[in-house]
Design a protein around this ligand. Structure first.
Ligand code: GLN
Length: 550
């Protein structure tokens, strides 16, 4: 097994996660098995308790860990298995070491950053790679030069000695800023950032340069000379024109694969096979239709907060050769703003997940508007809970129906905690997390979307559909279309006589891929297309296929 370590320099938000995912994909498409992992230097044990404004979306894995959103990129670009070992934070590493110290495992020794913390990091790197992996890719979060990433850098330096330097490839992603005043791209910050790495004892083998303008041959020479990196290993990564999914193809155009081929010991001249992917890009580049989807949530200022939702909508659009325009509707604005005005002209309404009281009533109004006007609706997690509350109040006549999340004394607690959850006090890691089975009833819209009745999807929530209300809601016309067979919990709902009104307690967005849109998003966009073009159903929209949720 060989290891690749990806570090970042100069600034954060360089797209290190995307670049790492793209590298993983290039290897996969040259027939190698990859594993992917991210090490994050912050002290939270996981991002589960962090605000979306701090951290963006929390990405949930099949085995129920709450991780960094970069792992979403890994899954969208590659087929590697993402687990709880795929994301370690400083907090998680220290937590392990301190627990061992409390147990007395260190037998009276002084516990120190080197070697105990660095050993724990190296152990985490080993756990991150599955058996049979050819190439294990580890992305180091943060920016080189920060105090907090030092133990990680020290650990990967040691790791490269442990397994042999030739079995490691250090890739440094850096920024070449463009100075408008002088009309120049500058290399100095990159030189200094590589200098910082070399102080620690790491000499990068590859320099990937993020830039808005093309790099000149002189710049490449200069970077090679001052950073001590071979010329052919100075790779330009220019800003993409239209889609992040171009990144792997662009990196190959710049010759990155040649270096990866050499490192992995593949036959010279091996090239990645982008079939399928190129067709997806082609369809993404040339949409034939357009629909507008309203997202009614509360973290709309920050694109990262609903990252996987936006991606999944885009994937469904690629599938149907449709550009999906997004209208962001602040849930709490629906107090003052008429839903009819806020949603006027949209072809579908998506209510994403969320927590807490703020904005909840707006989500309920969004569901009501979509149900009454026959507009395609997809409610995810809190979005489904809002749809159940709406239905209970307006169709089943249960005034005062709500969730006990913020109304513990609700008159009709249609969404509530299961008995066994009521004792839980800690907030971190105590939700229903990870993949759970769900059985769909035949003859439902949702079973038609998936094309089967046994599915498995990822969850991240505390509250549930309250089974005490099953009969009352069902007799008012709510279809309880999917149930967890073991826990007997309602996982999906839909309403009758509506072109598309589906709520799911789970998060389908985590399992959508650009070249295999998730069936629910695919059918949601198809329903939106049908609403916009009722006369002529576009061909692409009716094409079957896609979908990986399994
Ligand atoms: N707040 C809700 C719950 O905890 C929904 C969570 C979510 O949307 N992810 O059950």
């Amino acid at each position: 097994m060989k290891h690749i370590f990806i570090t970042g320099g100069v600034v954060s938000s360089l797209g290190k996660g995307l670049t790492s995912a793209a590298i993983g994909m290039i290897f996969e498409r040259m027939g190698r098995k990859v594993s992917m992992q991210k090490l994050d230097p912050y002290i939270n044990v996981d991002p589960g308790t962090m605000s979306p404004y701090q951290h963006g979306e929390v990405y949930v894995t099949d085995d129920g860990s709450e991780t960094d959103l970069d792992l979403g990129h890994y899954e969208r670009f590659t087929h590697c298995r993402i687990t709880k070992h795929s994301n370690y934070t400083t907090g998680k590493i220290y937590h392990e070491v301190i627990s061992k110290e409390r147990r007395g495992d260190y037998l009276g020794r002084t516990v120190q950053v080197i070697p105990h913390i660095t050993d724990a990091i190296k152990e985490a790197i080993r756990r991150g790679a599955d058996d049979g992996t050819d190439i294990a890719i580890t992305e180091i979060g943060g920016t080189v030069g920060d105090i907090e990433s030092l133990p990680f850098l020290e650990a990967i330096r040691q790791f490269s000695l442990d397994i042999g330097r030739k079995n490691c490839l250090f890739i440094h992603l850096t920024l070449l800023p463009f100075l408008r005043a002088s009309g120049e791209i500058k290399t100095k910050p990159s030189q200094q950032s590589v200098g910082k790495l070399r102080e620690i004892g790491i000499t990068p083998d590859v320099l990937i340069c993020r830039t808005e303008r093309p790099m000149t041959p002189e710049m490449r020479d200069k970077l090679s000379l001052f950073c001590n990196v071979e010329k052919k290993a100075v790779i330009e990564e220019r800003d993409v024109d239209f889609s992040i999914y171009e990144v792997p193809v662009n990196l190959v155009r710049e010759g990155l694969h040649d270096i990866l081929v050499e490192f992995a010991g593949l036959p010279a001249g091996t090239r990645p096979d982008f079939s399928g992917w190129n067709e997806m890009l082609e369809s993404a580049r040339n949409p034939e239709h357009e629909v507008e989807i309203a997202i009614c949530g509360k973290y709309l200022q920050l694109d990262d907060a609903y990252k996987s939702h936006y991606e999944a909508l885009a994937h469904a659009g690629f599938h149907a050769r449709t550009r999906v325009r997004i209208r962001k509707v602040q849930a709490e604005s629906l107090g003052q703003l008429e839903p009819g005005r806020a949603f006027s002209g949209v072809d579908g309404v998506l209510v994403p997940g969320g927590f807490g009281e703020r904005g909840f009533e707006g989500k309920v109004q969004a569901a009501a508007w979509a149900r009454e006007t026959g507009t395609p609706f997809l409610g995810i997690c809190y979005g489904m809970q809002a749809a159940v509350v709406e239905f209970a109040r307006n169709a089943a006549g249960l005034d005062g129906a709500t969730t006990t999340e913020f109304r513990p004394d609700a008159e009709h607690p249609v969404i509530s905690l299961m008995e066994e959850q009521k004792q839980i006090r800690n907030l971190g890691g105590t939700m229903r997390l990870g993949a759970f089975a769900c059985r769909l009833a035949t003859d439902t819209r949702i079973a038609e979307c998936y094309g089967r009745t046994e599915i498995e999807e990822r969850h991240r929530h505390r509250y549930e559909f309250n089974n005490a209300y099953r009969d009352r809601l069902r007799s008012a016309g709510l279809i309880l279309s999917g149930v967890n067979p073991e826990l007997d919990l309602v996982e999906t709902i839909e309403v009758r006589d509506h072109p598309f009104f589906i709520g799911v307690q789970y998060h389908p967005e985590f399992r959508s891929r650009p070249d295999a849109a998730h069936p629910l998003f695919r059918e949601f966009i198809r329903a939106a297309l049908l609403r916009r073009f009722p006369e002529e159903v576009p061909d692409a929209a009716s094409a079957a296929g896609g979908g990986i949720a399994g």
